[in-house]
Design a protein around this ligand. Structure first.
Ligand code: ATP
Ligand code: MG
Length: 600
């Protein structure tokens, strides 16, 4: 390809719409353009990257025995109603774009395909003899994300590889899951990415075991907590840890203390000299459920701990999803939720806050659902708000009169510095990560809901065991830039670079340079190299800058030395330069590329 024909439009300055390096660089390098919030056009350079990533994904999925397919993006509501996910995905904070057709039938634009594939499996899979089977597709997905951002990282329309496997037994599902784990490790390593596998929450997709693959990068939206010995790594949403021992509250008489203006744990610690672990803090929330219930929650946590909202949501769904329908969302309980005369003393709340607060509220249930994390419940004595402004109670206890007993639920978030469960001598360390892949053991959830059964070896009808496996293809491509760039631009790993080599003609007015460059261009094309020829009538400096910005791994410069057959070879990632006879340098380049294409 000739740069003159590439429609290369690069920008000198950082676009205002971008915050993180990879997003800035993809815009500046002419890889993507924003069409609307979370909606991007993939320009020719980007499309070449995406096709290379997809090709690697296809090779590894095919090698693992999976079958490529293509499922519809328009999905009937009825399938999602049968799995019980329609309202959760369309109402409240649901992320499914949905619409009505001309016959008033409801449809959703696929954010994921468990329902469609399970309905197909119910139709196609009859006998254990057809199992196991794994079907995959590479396709545009739609999600009306609450906060689309960072370019392709969190789009509302993006490319995903999703795969679904069906098995005759839990053991066989385990084998299929392990095979996908291995395939994923090969995919990310072949794409030139450093990715770590972490334990993950299963989220709204459901199921039991699940593991995410994270590309480690500062700009990552996820927090990874891991042990120094590498034997434990989890997404913070899911991570477990041992909390620090609390500092005992000793020799303190029960009573109230005036604490004017001290509405945060930090302020109390500072003003009163208490330790955060001696306090119980109370968080008021409102949980909205599918069937209309709006339940006020009173959550008690130890003062030095934080709420893990994912754990809370999972617990609410598990405990109450059956009776109240799926959880639609959780928000802070504010003064607007309650009658004006009952407003609680925010900043001074205690676990014994009375249900009277909720009286007269038009929407909320009349009593709190009271939950407490074990670290708070296990404090024999503690300090908490006095439920009146500017006062705290000292040496309160759970056993005293008037203290409603909350349910004991693990709700605290694991934090960096916490002791590891598997080895308390190690502490959890934090890194940021970009989730590029996620594998799940779904179990029987969808096959039961959608009646996908097969005849087992004993001739009995049994539900299919399922797994599902996603890779964010477009997110992965941007994550590669996030992991590989410098101040001059992108630095693509060879296996997914849009072009492997760019030949730069230093001066297009010099016919010897043009001739040699054209000859080398032909030679490299012959040798199967993805080569770009910068034949533009621009200054050499402009061409070098563009080549660095768009991150082509190798640059072959044909300049003054052309007369004597000399060229310069520059490696983008190291900046190393070599000058020499073109025959030698091209031979060496071809050999190196052979290895680099394999991700070596
Ligand atoms: P996240 O937690 O980042 O919202 P998710 O857990 O909802 O993602 P999955 O349902 O596991 O995503 O989807 C499989 C893969 O698709 C993810 O691992 C991620 O790489 C990619 N992906 C998910 N949402 C987006 C998005 N909005 N834009 C780009 N890629 C995405
Ligand atoms: Mg995920």
């Amino acid at each position: 390809m000739r740069v003159s024909a590439l429609l290369l439009v690069t920008l000198r300055d950082d676009p205002a719409e971008a915050e993180i390096p990879s997003h800035k660089l993809l815009l500046r390098g002419g890889y993507i353009r924003r069409v609307a919030s979370g909606i991007y056009a993939y320009l020719p350079l980007m499309w070449r990257v995406l096709r290379k990533v997809s090709a690697i994904v296809r090779q590894e999925m095919d090698a693992a025995g999976a079958l490529e397919t293509l499922l519809p993006q328009l999905q009937p509501a009825e399938l999602w109603q049968r799995s019980g996910r329609w309202s959760g995905y369309t109402a409240g904070e649901g992320i499914m774009f949905h619409l009505q057709d001309r016959q008033d039938r409801e449809l959703g634009l696929g954010p994921t395909h468990e329902e469609v594939i399970t309905a197909l499996a119910a139709d196609l899979l009859r006998s254990y003899r057809q199992l196991p089977v794994n079907l995959y597709q590479i396709q545009t997905k739609f999600r009306d994300e609450i906060r689309p951002r960072f370019g392709l990282m969190r789009g509302r329309e993006f490319i995903m590889k999703d795969a679904y496997s069906f098995h005759a037994s839990a053991e066989d599902l385990g084998r299929g899951y392990a095979a996908m784990d291995q395939a994923y490790r090969r995919i990310f390593s072949r794409c030139g990415l450093q990715a770590v596998a972490v334990q993950a929450d299963s989220g709204a997709i459901g199921g039991s075991a699940s593991q995410e693959f994270m590309v480690t990068a500062e700009a990552g939206e996820d927090l990874i907590l891991s042990s120094a010995d590498g034997s434990y790594a989890a997404n913070q949403e899911r991570a477990e840890s041992l909390a620090a021992e609390p500092v005992p509250l000793e020799n303190t008489a029960a009573g109230e203390v005036e604490t004017p203006g001290q509405t945060t744990i930090d302020a109390l610690v500072e003003a009163q000299g208490w330790h955060a672990s001696q306090l119980v803090k109370v968080i008021l929330l409102v949980a909205r459920f599918e069937q209309g219930r709006q339940q006020a929650l009173l959550i008690s946590l130890r003062g030095d701990q934080q709420l893990n909202e994912v754990k809370l949501s999972n617990w609410l769904n598990q405990q109450h999803g059956q009776a109240w329908g799926a959880l639609l969302g959780i928000e802070p309980l504010e003064a607007k939720h309650v009658a004006a005369e009952n407003a609680p003393a925010f900043g001074y709340l205690g676990p014994d806050l009375s249900d009277a607060v909720l009286q007269g509220s038009k929407k909320l249930e009349s009593s709190f659902l009271r939950l407490a994390d074990p670290t708070a419940l296990d404090l024999p004595l503690f300090i908490c708000g006095a439920n009146r402004p500017n006062a705290h109670r000292v040496a309160a206890s759970w056993s005293e009169a008037g203290m409603a007993t909350p349910q004991r639920v693990e709700l605290r978030a694991a934090l960096p510095g916490d002791r590891c469960c598997h080895d308390p001598s190690q502490q959890l360390q934090a890194r940021r990560g970009i989730e590029v892949g996620h594998i799940f053991q779904l179990g029987l959830k969808y096959s039961k809901a959608l009646g996908a059964t097969f005849a087992n070896e004993q001739g009995q009808d049994a539900p299919l065991w399922m797994g599902c496996y996603g890779i964010g293809v477009s997110r992965l491509a941007q994550a590669a830039v996030e992991q590989h760039h410098d101040s001059a631009g992108m630095v693509w790993p060879v296996p997914i670079a849009p072009f492997e080599v760019v030949i730069v003609i230093a001066s297009s007015k010099e016919s010897q340079q043009v001739e040699l460059a054209e000859a080398l261009y032909g030679q490299l094309q012959q040798a199967g190299v993805d080569v770009l020829l910068d034949d533009r009538n621009e200054r050499a400096g402009v061409k070098f800058k563009d080549a660095e910005l768009i991150g082509i791994p190798w640059r072959l410069v044909v300049g003054r030395g052309a007369a004597s057959g000399q060229v310069e070879l520059v490696e983008r990632c190291s900046g190393d330069k070599q000058e020499g006879p073109h025959q030698e340098l091209v031979a060496q380049l071809l050999e190196t590329l052979q290895q680099q294409r394999q991700g070596l």
